[in-house]
Design a protein around this ligand. Structure first.
Ligand code: NDP
Length: 244
């Protein structure tokens, strides 16, 4: 796909789905602004594509100023952001009875406020220009609650609600919105689980259902970005075939 005309910001591009998407879009020759906390990971992706315009940023999505600095850099370089992909997330699942309030706080801050910070940083300029596309990684867990993942699911339900509200508010400004809802995917996300039983459960579940590879999810993001201006892919659910 030729995406050389697209200026694309990815928050959470250092591993897993975000890194796979960055690589796929780099092959499409998009102009990329990649952000995450692990800058060295972003720089190694950039090094794989010496002929592609890629800038990397150390940014924490919970800090609005750091998110805005990435958006501002893209605006300064090209006068616009065509696509913001809010992908950063963590999943420290555990039974509620364990009362892991710090983990709940982190999930709320990263999974929900991180997305809102991205929207706040990019939307005013997109609305003014009446053009742009905001994509957010949600989850099958944003559709179905399972035991021991109540808070994670709660953050993903919230994000789906926020994105659908955004869609309705900004339709008249021709802003596209896309919710990407993957099922179990082989990434570093399971490392964010501190409860040993939960971590084992997630790894076994992934193996038993022959889970997705990150690039398979990235292909859905690429599809949504590549559609015509008058066609908005509101949501894509990509499950492993064996995930019920
Ligand atoms: P990874 O752990 O591989 O990737 C998570 C990404 O989020 C990394 O780039 C990480 O970068 C970034 N991130 C986390 N916290 C922050 C932060 N505070 N500031 C900036 N970036 C941050 O997992 P996945 O690729 O699986 O996760 C991507 C998204 O996909 C998440 O939203 C997740 O909830 C969702 N998802 C994943 C599924 C799966 O089974 N893997 C299924 C459904 C949804 P860094 O640590 O360098 O900051």
């Amino acid at each position: 796909m030729d995406l050389s005309h697209k200026v694309i910001v990815i928050m959470g591009a250092s591993s897993g789905i975000g890194a796979a998407t960055a690589r796929r879009l780099a092959k499409d020759n998009a102009k990329l602004f990649l952000a995450a906390r692990r800058l060295e990971r972003l720089d190694s992706i950039k090094a794989e594509f010496p002929s592609v315009a890629i800038e990397t940023f150390k940014a924490d999505v919970t800090d609005f100023e750091q998110v805005k600095a990435v958006i501002d850099a893209a605006q300064k370089a090209y006068g616009r952001v065509d696509v913001l992909y809010n992908n950063a997330g963590i999943m420290p699942t555990a039974p509620l009875v364990e009362g892991r309030r710090d983990e709940w706080q982190n999930m709320l801050q990263i999974n929900i406020m991180g997305v809102l910070n991205g929207i706040a940083a990019v939307l005013p300029a997109m609305a003014k220009r009446q053009s742009g596309h905001i994509i957010t990684t949600d989850s099958v867990a944003g559709h179905v609650v399972g035991p021991d993942s109540a808070v994670y699911s709660g953050t993903k339900y919230a994000v789906r609600a926020i994105m659908d509200g955004l869609r309705q508010e900004q339709a008249e400004n021709s802003i596209k919105t896309t919710i990407i809802s993957p099922g179990s995917t082989g990434t570093e996300l399971f490392n964010s689980i501190n409860d040993a039983d939960q971590k084992q459960f997630a790894e076994d579940f992934f193996k038993n259902i022959n889970g997705l590879q990150p690039d398979q999810v990235a292909s859905a993001v690429e599809y949504a970005i590549g559609t015509a201006d008058n066609m908005s892919v509101s949501e894509v659910i990509v499950r492993p075939t064996r995930q019920s």
